[in-house]
Each structure stands twice: as C-alpha cells, then as structure tokens.
Design a protein around this ligand. Structure first.
Ligand SMILES: C[S@@+](CC[C@H](N)C(=O)[O-])C[C@H]1O[C@@H](n2cnc3c(N)ncnc32)[C@H](O)[C@@H]1O
Length: 248
C-alpha cells in the first residue's frame, strides 16, 4: 500500500490520516489515474500536509504546485518532502486562499480533494480550474446523500425543473479547525458559509465548464477491499464521491 512506504503522512496531519483511508483514496485518486498524471504539471488545491502532491510526484508528475492557507501544514509538507529526498525543483507550495492565488497559472491536471464542500463558491472554483487549461481534474468531495436527491431531472431544460436535483446544501465551517474552511470575507463569529453539493450539481457544473464527468466505482472498491470501509464510511455510505473531469 502506497502510504505504508511513506508513513510520515500518518503523523503530519490530524485530518483522517488513517492508513486504510489514505491508501483507499490513493487507489481511486492517484493509482487509477497514474498514466494521466505522469509527466504533467499538477495543481493540488488545499494541499494540506502535501500527501497528494507527494503521491502525484511519485506517480511521475513533472511538477506539482500546492495551494494551502495553513502555514504549519505547508511546513510539514516541506519537512516530509526533504525527508524523502524530493528534488526542490519539482514542487512549489503557495500559502494562501485558492481564490486569491489561483489566476494566470496554467496546469495540465488539477486535484481538488477534500475541499469542494469547504466553500460556497463552487462554480467560481470550477471556472478558475478551467482557466488553468487543465484537461483533467479530480474532485473528491462530500455530496448530499443519495436519499436526499431527486432521482432524475424530470426535464432536459434546467429552467423547467421544479424538483431541482442540482442542489447545494448550506452548512457552515468553524475556521479554526485544520480540516475546515479558511477564514474569508464570508466569515462571521468564527464560522464561514460552505455548501455540500449533490452529485447532480457537481456533474452539472462540470459539464457547464466543458468537462465530461464520471465517478469512481466505490461500491466495487469496497467489495474488493472490505477492510477499508470502516475508516471510509463517508464513501461507503454514499455521502462522499470522487469525480473525474475530462475536457471534451
Ligand atoms: C479536509 S482537508 C483536505 C486535505 C487534503 N486535500 C485531502 O483531501 O486529504 C481541507 C483542506 O483545505 C484547506 N483549505 C481551507 N480553505 C482553503 C482555501 N480557501 N484555499 C485553499 N485551501 C483551503 C484546509 O486548510 C485543509 O488543509
């Protein structure tokens, strides 16, 4: 399992650094897409302790840029990369809010992992991703549970849909928590507004920005690896999913 060889990542974050979970996500996010990532310039939005930037480089990415507002997490990433001897010319961690930093930078592949439900600016983020020129993106996000969703859009015309399946569930995040949203202009009393989109909403927005969108088959994944399900209940219970966006 990938992270067993690089087990510093089990200690450099308090955000679900469980071996089965990190290795299960690695299978879906990196291993499945290794041939797409290899040789490419990758952007890792919300790069945290560098876990996915590192995994992308090990999968052969030419260069990785991480954007992360929490300075201490970037420091952890730098220490870990030095520990495992990653050449400094292959990565760059930028400290700040993705909405402030991401403009006029170009990338081939974008990883947006564990962040899409820590913002209310979903469409704007996809706009920024598309403007990087990325041909492929992975969005790994909490979604509204399937039971909360309207099964099918009753009409092809979204302006005539009354039971609209393209929903975003409003939530708020405490901004002093390492795994949550960063303080921004929407923050009041220590919390900021965020939203958890439905699967249909993610696909709808991806399509709008010119990406075909498919999801990882988590159900087959857990059939083959039942030992991982306990530390991945958000995926196994259907309220988190992994979306692959390919430019049409
Ligand atoms: C749940 S963690 C996900 C970490 C990692 N990407 C993963 O999937 O394992 C959310 C991360 O988003 C970062 N974050 C929060 N607000 C952000 C913002 N406005 N721009 C960039 N990153 C942000 C947090 O600091 C935290 O590292």
């Amino acid at each position: 399992m990938f992270f067993d060889q690089y087990d510093r990542f089990y200690t450099t974050s308090q955000t679900s650094p469980f071996p089965h979970r990190l290795n299960g996500r690695h299978q879906a996010i990196i291993a499945r897409n290794a041939s797409i990532i290899s040789g490419k310039r990758v952007l890792d939005i919300a790069s945290h302790d560098g876990r996915w930037s590192f995994a992308a480089l090990q999968a052969g990415a030419a260069h990785v840029t991480g954007i992360e507002p929490r300075r201490e997490l970037i420091a952890n990433a730098h220490e870990t990369f030095a520990h495992y001897g990653v050449e400094e010319s292959r990565f760059d961690f930028q400290c700040g809010d993705v909405f402030d930093l991401l403009s006029a930078q170009s990338f081939d592949v974008v990883l947006c992992l564990g962040f899409y439900y820590h913002t209310i600016r979903h469409a704007e983020l996809l706009d920024k991703i598309e403007r990087t020129g990325a041909q492929f993106a992975v969005i790994d996000t909490e979604v509204t549970p399937t039971v909360d969703e309207v099964a099918e859009a009753p009409s092809d015309d979204p302006r005539l849909v009354f039971a609209n399946p393209y929903s975003v569930q409003l939530l708020s995040d405490p901004v002093d928590d390492q795994q949550m949203a960063w303080q921004d202009s929407l923050t009041r009393n220590g919390r900021t507004l965020v939203g958890r989109p439905s699967r249909a909403a993610v696909k709808y927005m991806a399509n709008h920005f010119g990406y075909a969108c498919e999801t990882y088959d988590w159900s087959s994944h857990f059939q083959a690896r039942p030992e991982q399900a306990a530390s991945m209940v958000d995926y196994s219970e259907g309220w988190r999913d992994t979306f692959f966006l390919s430019k049409r």
